[in-house]
Design a protein around this ligand. Structure first.
Ligand SMILES: Nc1ncnc2c1ncn2[C@@H]1O[C@H](COP(=O)(O)OP(=O)(O)OP(=O)(O)O)[C@@H](O)[C@H]1O
Length: 267
């Protein structure tokens, strides 16, 4: 359906502001999502008529076997990917039909993203990588630098600000990526297997950082197999073949958590 000029205008306003500032609570909802990938004549259905609601300040871990659709779902919920069918609402704003450029702007203010492979810009130092999202938002250089330095301190890498990604270990690179995700202080953090390439100590550290962000009020959605992240979650979604087959709040699962850990260790 063609949008009216007013709707276009509202989208532009919304995409350039933080959802908190327009007085809407961070809240994510997906309705009847379907995501198909077409490879020639072959269609892979990665997400299959999936609906979910996530409240603000929830820490949600999405688990499930390889190919279950976790990455695809996290990407759609974070506005990184669009669904083939269905709607995604971030704080009541339907982002499913937003134009790519606007969606990118909306994301940069509202969603911090952490990838498995860090995705740092190799020619920029740790400090510059963290400054980058703020620069995209038009924040003044001094302000970007001071916030980036503050974030480097939080992640314990204040001394490494001038180092390029290749001069940092995997764990350090991921910490920089986490700091970058926080640069614009977004209300939502999404992460896709953020500890997959890290050793136990670094994975624990990322788990603790996420736990801190949760207590600060961020909404966190993480696709993971890692118990060190899952143990901090309020809610666990188990996916299979593009569907959520179990949706458990932490108080329901606390006594069953060991089972989940055992299952995962056996994988
Ligand atoms: N870009 C793509 N093109 C084609 N098929 C894709 C694409 N991305 C994902 N898929 C397919 O969609 C399904 C779900 O993939 P997805 O990466 O979301 O699963 P996952 O649960 O995250 O798996 P893993 O734990 O191995 O990362 C898989 O069958 C995968 O092959």
């Amino acid at each position: 359906m063609k949008k009216t000029r007013q709707e276009d205008y509202e989208e532009i306003i919304i995409s350039h502001r933080k959802i908190e500032e327009i007085n809407l609570q961070p809240f994510i909802a997906a309705k009847e999502l379907v995501k198909d990938f077409e490879i020639g004549d072959y269609i892979v259905r990665a997400v299959d008529h999936l609906s979910i609601e996530i409240s603000e300040h929830e820490y949600v871990a999405i688990i499930g076997s390889s190919g279950a659709g976790k990455t695809t779902l996290v990407h759609i919920l974070g506005g990184l990917e669009t669904a083939t069918k269905g709607d995604t609402f971030i704080s009541h704003i339907n982002v499913s039909h937003m134009e790519q450029e606007m969606l990118a702007t909306f994301r940069i203010f509202n969603v911090g993203i952490v990838f498995q492979n860090y995705n740092l810009i190799s020619s920029l130092t740790a400090l510059e990588n963290i400054m980058f999202p703020m620069q995209l938002c038009g924040v003044k250089h001094e302000e970007c630098e001071s916030r980036a330095k503050e974030l480097l301190k939080i992640i314990g890498l204040a001394e490494r600000s001038e180092h390029l990604p290749f001069q940092l270990s995997a764990g350090e690179q991921q910490r920089v990526a986490v700091a970058r995700a926080l640069a614009n202080d977004p209300p939502i953090i999404i992460a896709d297997e953020p500890t997959a390439n890290l050793d136990k100590k670094n994975a624990e550290y990322i788990g603790e950082l996420f736990e801190n962000f949760r207590t600060e009020g961020k909404t966190i959605i993480v696709a993971t197999h890692d118990e060190k992240l899952i143990k901090h979650a309020h809610r666990i979604l188990i996916m299979e073949e593009g569907k959520i087959i179990e949706d458990k709040r932490i108080n329901e699962i606390s006594f069953k958590k060991e089972n989940i850990e055992i299952e995962m260790e056996q994988e």
